[in-house]
Design a protein around this ligand. Sequence first.
Ligand code: MN
Length: 195
Amino acid sequence: MSTRSYRERRDFSRTREPEGGKGQAGDQPIFVIQKHDASSLHYDFRLEIDGVLKSWAVPKGPSTDPREKRLATPTEDHPLEYADFEGVIPEGQYGAGTVLVWDTGAYDNITTRDDQPVPASDALANGHLLVRLHGEKLKGGYVLQRMGQGESVDWLLIKIRDDEADARRKPTSTAPKSVLSGRTIAQVAKEERDS
Ligand code: MN
């Protein structure tokens, strides 16, 4: 897997986003969800798999309600260093807008087939990936399910029914701030403008 498509879309003399290439894989893979106030607000859901951040744009953000199926559109692989990127992507640049780290932590791949564990890269290729998140806001199982065949089709992100499922919580509304800096989107945007 490569982040070439990521690099080709960006002018690193203009944006403060990381160029990548220095990423060090830790012991346990991480996930990150970045709130991205771009031309339309969305949440970028990223999972570390094989040295890159596999990425989906989730317009409505993740839910803790297992009845909610959230559309998740695949986007280009991002470098591991992107996981702690917060800031403003300048006008005219790809993804122009403000980014904050809405949640992050370790995750476990819990995908199985016939009671056997399925490696994350295989699960991804099969279009069916189960993960257990160990975030600050999101915990427990989520399924990423592809809705058809091919590269460009959409996926769904759905909470698994477990002890952490909660139909009433709505963390995108009640917990909007960055888990890294405690800032809101407006504060990130303002502080970057003023700096
Ligand atoms: Mn985005």
